[in-house]
Design a protein around this ligand. Structure first.
Ligand SMILES: Cc1cc2nc3c(=O)[nH]c(=O)nc-3n(C[C@H](O)[C@H](O)[C@H](O)COP(=O)(O)O)c2cc1C
Length: 359
């Protein structure tokens, strides 16, 4: 049977009533202690008609933060803040998973406990600058993690996953995309380690394998998804053989029985791409394949009807259209997202985008 955007989808333990997913979107509006506030509950509940909501990236440990006012999932107050969000989403009939995040080298001393250096697989400074609240600063050369420190990193993801379930989330998404810590271990542009976590593809995927194994052992593979971005150059990322690397990552995700693999196809930084064949990646993963990046409703419908993808995640369209599902169903016009209010601020550009009926 030909599937549409509005066909239900089973992804592990997650039962999506439609295939329109809200992509993870950092909005930098957490309150003191990086606790998501009451407005976050309203924001996510407004979008609860999505087949699945994926939360903004959420640091699993204090040292995993790299931007102002991003929420965490490592304190009792943060768990309580998220409980407010999940309760509001569930009351509105929705489903929501939490994106588990550690930024690695994409940070700055000013975010780190004790003003320490950010950590990474290798002491390689990313090109570019970091926003530290008072302005922009150059990235610093991170400190390479010792082999003996890696079990604590794995444990931080496990604790984050357990805390997410305690906060009422329906599952988690392991963030292995966009140049953050797990992606930094995967790609050889940022991983020059000479221990068992660097060098070969087997070694570079080791930390991710350990995180997947430990998280799924704790909360179940059916509640665990993962995001990857094979061609993304954002955050100064590159790899010498992305197809081979991410083919293997897809096999690892499949062997672990993950509910879904969420693939950011292409490069949001606007690079030419590395010619990655996403069909080859999809073929190796036997759970649900979620695609993302610059999809319109039309392209998404075609991709699903052709069987190339199982569901599509929308980013900017969901920022600006809380009722995106209804709009796609009716073929209605979409509100345009206002970039000036993406990060930080209050209700403006967050919870005040108009619904179709109110136009
Ligand atoms: C404001 C903003 C915040 C984002 N935050 C995250 C994030 O927290 N985690 C993540 O994996 N991707 C993040 N992204 C990337 C989006 O999830 C998505 O991949 C990107 O917007 C492309 O999809 P689109 O073309 O449908 O907008 C963010 C993008 C934007 C515009």
């Amino acid at each position: 049977m030909t599937q549409t955007l509005f066909s239900p989808l089973v992804a592990g333990d997650l039962h999506l009533p439609n295939r329109i997913v809200m992509a993870p979107l950092t909005r930098s509006r957490a309150g003191a202690g990086n606790v998501p506030g009451p407005l976050a509950a309203l924001y996510y509940a407004q979008r609860a008609s999505a087949g699945l909501l994926i939360s903004e990236a959420t640091q699993v440990i204090a040292s995993g933060q790299g931007y102002p006012s991003t929420p965490g999932i490592h304190s009792a107050e943060q768990i309580a803040g998220w409980q407010r969000v999940t309760a509001a989403v569930h009351a509105a009939g929705g489903r929501i998973v939490l994106q588990l995040w550690h930024v690695g080298r994409i940070s700055h001393r000013s975010f780190q406990p004790g003003g320490a250096l950010p950590v990474a697989p290798s002491a390689i400074r990313p090109a570019g600058q970091v926003f530290i609240g008072s302005g922009m600063a150059d990235f610093e050369t991170p400190r390479a993690l010792e082999t003996a420190e890696l079990p604590a990193i794995v444990q931080a993801y496990v604790d984050g996953a357990a805390n997410a379930i305690a906060a009422g989330f329906d599952g988690v998404e392991i963030h292995a995309a966009n140049g953050y810590l797990l992606d930094q271990f995967l790609r050889d542009g940022s991983n020059r380690r000479d221990d068992a976590y660097g060098g070969s593809i087997e070694n570079r995927t080791r930390l991710l394998r350990e995180v997947i194994a430990a998280v799924t052992a704790r909360i179940g593979a059916g509640r665990t998804g993962m995001r990857i971005s094979p061609e993304q150059t954002f955050n100064d990322m590159h790899d010498s053989a992305p197809q081979a690397l991410f083919n293997r990552v897809a096999e690892i995700a499949s062997e672990a029985g993950l509910a879904y693999l969420h693939v950011l196809e292409g490069d949001i930084a606007g690079g030419p791409g590395a010619g990655v064949d996403y069909g080859a990646i999809r073929q190796r993963f036997h759970g649900a394949y979620l695609a993302n990046h610059a999809y319109t409703g039309e392209r998404a419908a075609q991709a699903i009807a052709s069987g190339r993808v199982d569901a599509v995640a929308f980013g900017k369209a969901f920022i600006a259209n809380p009722d995106l599902v209804t709009r796609l169903q009716l073929g209605a016009a979409l509100n345009q997202a206002d970039q000036a209010t993406f990060y930080g601020g209050d209700a403006k550009g967050y919870t005040d985008y108009p619904l179709l009926a109110a136009l």
